[in-house]
Structure formats: C-alpha cells, structure tokens
Write a protein that binds this ligand. Structure first.
Ligand SMILES: NC(=O)c1ccc[n+]([C@@H]2O[C@H](COP(=O)([O-])OP(=O)(O)OC[C@H]3O[C@@H](n4cnc5c(N)ncnc54)[C@H](OP(=O)(O)O)[C@@H]3O)[C@@H](O)[C@H]2O)c1
Length: 254
C-alpha cells in the first residue's frame, strides 16, 4: 500500500486525488491546502488540514501548486528526508527543496476542475533522485495509467514546450476562430466537427500527412483574400507567420 498526502488541491491534484483514491494499492492519508476546501461526496471522510505543521507521515507527498510557488512551499515543509514530488512539466526536479528526497510525477494532460479525465492513457512522467523512489513512483503511476515513463528534467522541459504548442497555442487558435465567427454573428459550434476531425486524424496520419489548406497549396489568391479580410486585425501577423512557416516547410514560393 502506497501512502499518499496531497499538498495543494487545484486542477491537477484534485484529479489525481479522485483517480488514486479508487486504487486498492493506494491509501490517501490527508490533503493539505493553505485555504479550507470542501470535499464532495464520497470523499468527506478524507482528513484535511490547513496547518503545515500537522502534515502526517506518508510514503509520497504530491505538491500540486503553481510552478513559481513550488520552491518556497517545499522549503517551508516541516519534515525532512521524505519523498516529495511535484506535478509540473516545466519546473526542474531541483526546484524542490533538497531537505527532502525529490521526485517528479507529471501527468501529461490538460486538467480543468470541471472536466472528467480518464488517466488510463495519460503519460505519467516520473523522475527521482534514487532508484527506490523511482520504483515507488513507477508503482504509483501504474495504479492509474498504462503509460508511465521515466524522463529527465531536461527532456521534460522540452516535452512541456511541445505540449504548449499543441495544447495552449492550438486552444488560442480556437479562440481566434471563435472571435472571427462572432464578428459575423456565427456560432463557434460550426467549427467543432472540423476541430474534432483535425485532432482525430493524427491518430492515423502524421501531422505532415494531415496538413491541408491554402498555405500548403500555395493558393496565393485565397491567402491575399484572407489578409484583406483580416485588415488591421491583431491576428494578421499570426496568419502571415503561419503561412510563411508552412511555405518553408512545404517548399513552395508564395
Ligand atoms: N492544469 C494543468 O493542465 C496541468 C497539467 C499538468 C501539470 N500541471 C502542473 O501541476 C501544478 C498544479 O497546477 P494546477 O493547474 O493544478 O494549479 P492550480 O489549480 O492553479 O493550483 C491551485 C492550488 O495551488 C495552491 N496554491 C497556490 N499558490 C500557492 C502558494 N503560494 N502556496 C501554497 N499553495 C498555493 C492553491 O491553494 P488555495 O486553494 O489555498 O489558493 C490551490 O490548492 C503546476 O506545477 C502545473 O504546472 C498543470
């Protein structure tokens, strides 16, 4: 049985809590959060504390708080030589205070409190300072996911960079698409089947194979028309940049 304490209860830790709590190999001993939280049914009986001095003894402590708070928070923990991990993609393992044994438990997915997620296929990226702790994290990861991978802080930083491109930036492009439609009184729903198929295609095609559109086709007339429609929009630069990138990639003069 792996005894776990959650430190922080935001998007990631609340999802990890829900899924790890279903495992018969994991026992969640406590949740710490600096402000009071209320557990919904059926979790009312999980002990909660907002007192950093009352954090109980466990095998793994999972810190799930914003990246810029990890360092000082981990330093403020009252205990030493325990396995303390964080869940960040972008923060190195040595962001954690060295007074505890450090590790990483990074679930590579986008989490929002209001969305349910199935952890089965989510990569759990782990790292630890010693082989025993790595083994504990591997065991913990395997209770919720079929995809547990050991990745160094350097490689995880690049993985996180890639994730920002394919998730945050793509999502921002949805926002832009929505704004453009909104100006014409058209609903964002019109784009949803296209968005769904774009994401679905890369399960069987490479991104290169899946790419279509005026920039790849070097369709100058359509590109000019789009730039005209954008007029002095703040998105003109982005359109030109993407078009240029695609042109370089697919090798046609625009
Ligand atoms: N969200 C994602 O999609 C995602 C995916 C993978 C990894 N991650 C990583 O997971 C970590 C947590 O992300 P998240 O989205 O779950 O964050 P979040 O929802 O913003 O986290 C909020 C939690 O952090 C606590 N907190 C905030 N500042 C704190 C401080 N200075 N000291 C102590 N506690 C503090 C909050 O406590 P109060 O309730 O008291 O304010 C709350 O429990 C980050 O390292 C992030 O990079 C996020």
């Amino acid at each position: 049985m792996i005894k776990v304490v959650f430190l922080g209860f935001g998007n990631v830790n609340s999802h990890l809590f829900n899924t790890l709590n279903k495992s018969t190999e994991v026992s969640i001993l406590q949740v710490f959060n600096r402000n009071q939280i209320r557990f919904n049914s059926p979790f009312e009986n999980i002990p909660f504390t907002d007192d950093i001095l009352r954090i109980v003894d466990a095998d793994v402590y999972i810190i799930g708080i914003p990246d810029d708070a990890i360092s000082s928070f981990s330093e403020s923990l009252a205990f030493q030589n325990k396995l303390v991990v964080h869940t960040s993609g972008g923060a190195a393992m040595n962001t954690l205070s060295s007074k505890n044994r450090r590790g990483i438990f990074y679930p590579l997915q986008t989490f929002s409190k209001q969305r349910k997620v199935d952890f089965k296929n989510i990569p759990i990226c782990i790292e630890a300072e010693n082989p025993d702790d790595l083994q504990t994290l591997r065991k913990l990861g395997k209770t919720i996911s079929e995809n547990v991978v050991e990745i160094s802080s350097e490689k995880r930083a690049k993985l996180h960079l890639a994730a920002v491109f394919v998730n945050n930036f793509v999502n921002h492009l949805y926002e832009i698409g929505g704004e453009i439609l909104n100006e014409e009184g058209l609903p964002f729903d019109l784009l949803k089947p296209l968005i769904a198929e774009t994401a679905s295609k890369i399960k069987t095609l490479t991104p290169e194979e899946a790419q279509t559109g005026p920039a790849k086709r070097n369709d100058k007339k359509t590109i000019e028309k789009h730039l005209h429609l954008l007029a002095d929009s703040p998105y003109t630069k982005l359109y030109e940049l993407f078009t240029e990138q695609l042109n370089q990639k697919y090798g046609k003069e625009l």
